[in-house]
Design a protein around this ligand. Structure first.
Ligand code: PFF
Length: 442
């Protein structure tokens, strides 16, 4: 397919919803609150905010700009940036990383579907089925993962404007409304204040390099960086878009949702404790931090009677929306490469790539204890920040500064006089890489 016949986002609003949809996911609603609860509350929040705006945001601008400049898939985009240095292998590694992320993400998303359906099934009195849907088993995991992947395929098959953009434009505002309803409800419950205190009062004894590494990984995961997702979305952007502004809007939206998720989840934990659910061990460590969403919260909903069923349905629906708008962005990375590099139709590319991802996901399900955390660690702690570092180095050192300026100018004519342009080039070239290397090697 020639690059000038590529799909585009039809509006800026649609792009922001899609990019924020990619960014907002399990990372915000589960990862961020859990990490905050485990790492000294507001201390983690402060370091996280620094990481988002000092490290992740400049790299987000770089990814979007590379994609928009090349108007092509990541393999070809990186070739175009630097024909001399063979850097398109970085795109290949990103494809591997994003496919692995989707493989484990789809398993968790399947569980969310299971919990959501189990509420309706319970109302029908089919308690055994509800139990099956919420109990760990290979058959359940496989079935629900495949259902989630089919949903993802359905959206991505329809392309950018009709698939990804449309889906995100409807679902993201719904997500926001459901979120606000949930948070207000939790605030009215007794015990919520304790959670708020823990969230908003910093405990500086937790400050450490490890905390900085966790916050950096969290920021990269949350903004979907280091796996070329944002590069691909950038390649579907029209030339008149102001990239630094739109990147800032996406970063602020993503961070706001993470912050609100903290306002929801931490108080909810203490409401659960108030209702008799044990959430801390004797030593004060958070119990079940890895299964917060699937143990603590369902236990909380169970203590709430019928209204618990409604609240639980709202909660799991909003989680499913958040994961779906993220998974479609992940699948789009290999799909965009297959369409343009292998000259395939979108539906063929979506099908065979999804079959591979479902296969990897099934292997993880069969060897859950050995593989699940391993893949999570490998991709989110190592691959995403390291590829992010390479993207910073490529934009700073290999890409001709004048070409970057010309590209950014297309949507921001006076950029040369802006504060952004005074800082960003040197920042992405020197400060970001040094900062990241320091954190890594410490
Ligand atoms: N940003 C998503 C989240 O916070 O859950 C996860 C994610 C989406 C990671 C897309 C990577 C990606 F390419």
């Amino acid at each position: 397919m020639a690059s000038n016949s590529r799909n585009h986002f039809s509006s800026k609003f649609g792009f922001i919803m899609a990019a924020a949809g990619s960014a907002i996911g399990l990372g915000n609603i589960w990862g961020f609150p859990t990490q905050t609860a485990n790492n000294g509350g507001a201390v983690f929040l402060i370091i996280y905010l620094l990481m988002v705006f000092l490290l992740a945001f400049p790299i987000l601008v770089a990814e979007l700009t590379i994609g928009r400049y090349a108007q092509s898939n990541p393999i070809r985009s990186l070739k175009k940036i630097s024909p001399k240095w063979k850097i398109s292998w970085i795109a290949i590694i990103s494809i591997v990383a994003v496919s692995l992320i989707l493989s484990f993400y789809a398993i968790i998303a399947g569980w969310l579907i299971g919990y959501f359906i189990s509420n309706g099934v319970k109302l029908l009195g089919m308690n055994n089925t509800a139990n099956w849907l919420t109990t760990f088993s290979i058959a359940r995991n496989l079935m629900l993962m495949i259902i989630f992947m089919l949903l993802t395929m359905l959206v991505v098959r329809n392309g950018i404007a009709n698939g990804i953009e449309k889906c995100s434009t409807y679902l993201m505002p719904l997500l926001l409304v459901l979120f606000i309803i949930m948070t207000i409800y939790i605030f009215t419950q007794s015990g919520a204040k304790e959670g708020l205190k823990m969230y908003l009062i910093p405990d500086f004894s937790h400050l450490s390099f490890n905390l900085a590494i966790s916050a950096m990984g969290q920021a990269f995961f949350s903004l979907s960086l280091g796996v070329c997702t944002m590069m691909v979305y950038g390649s579907y952007l029209k030339k008149d878009t102001n990239l630094p502004t739109i990147a800032a809007q996406v970063a602020i939206f993503d961070t706001a949702i993470a912050f609100i998720a903290g306002l929801l989840i931490l108080p909810a934990m203490f409401v659960a404790q108030n209702n008799g659910v044990q959430i801390f061990s004797e030593s004060g460590k958070l119990l079940h931090s890895d299964t917060l969403v699937f143990k603590v919260l369902p236990n909380l909903f169970n203590t709430m009677g019928t209204s618990g069923l409604v609240i639980s349905s709202i909660f799991f629906l909003l989680m499913i929306i958040a994961t779906l708008t993220s998974s479609i962005s992940m699948l789009e990375v290999p799909v965009s490469c297959a369409i343009e590099e292998l000259n395939q139709s979108r539906s063929i590319a979506v099908t065979w790539i999804s079959v591979i991802i479902i296969t990897i996901s099934s292997i993880i399900i069969w060897n859950f204890n050995e593989l699940f955390s391993f893949f999570v660690q490998l991709t989110t702690v190592y691959m995403q920040p390291i590829i992010g570092l390479f993207i910073a180095l490529i934009s700073g050192w290999l890409w001709n500064r004048n070409k970057v300026l010309q590209e950014l100018k297309k949507g921001y004519a006076n950029i040369q006089e802006s504060f952004f342009w005074k800082i960003w080039p040197i920042y992405i070239k020197i400060i970001c890489p040094i900062f990241m290397l320091l954190i890594f090697f410490h």
